[in-house]
Design a protein around this ligand. Sequence first.
Ligand code: THU
Length: 170
Amino acid sequence: MPMGVNHVSFKDLSTTQQELVFSAQKVMSKAYNIYSDYFVGASVRTKKGGIYSSANMENSSYGLSICAEVGAIQQAISSGDPEITTIAVCGGFNSENKGKTPTPCGRCRQLIYESSQISSIDLEVICANSDLSGIIITKISDLLPLPFGSKDLHLDLKIKEIKKRIKKSK
Ligand code: THU
């Protein structure tokens, strides 16, 4: 297990962390999940204090399903508030599921990593099962070691320009 993966209780979280987890838990109920019956909610917090949330949306062409994390990150970007500091993900088969705590899929880890380059923060990732009895706190660098990113393409400076443009546009 990576060093920075911590299993904690909900009561050990700070008030702001708890608020984000509650918001991810709340949006789970909006999942469009007729193929898997699996509910996921994700909420992101930004440097400005914004919170953006989304649930998973499935598709009859299974591979086209959209994860909750994608929607939440996309909402922050589209709101002109792209600098994400923390993401909370809550999931399970129903609202009282004491099951395994879900962690973001591989594609979502890569998307969270992209956000970490935008905010220049090693994003905090809080994962919860649906009754909040199993909480994992970690960082994207622990979930996705040795990432491929904008630096590999010599484009890390371009992210700064784009970030300014997003923030300026009304
Ligand atoms: N899912 C997410 O929303 N996020 C993840 O990180 C993993 C999986 C969704 C996709 C699909 O709707 C359901 O969970 C079962 O895979």
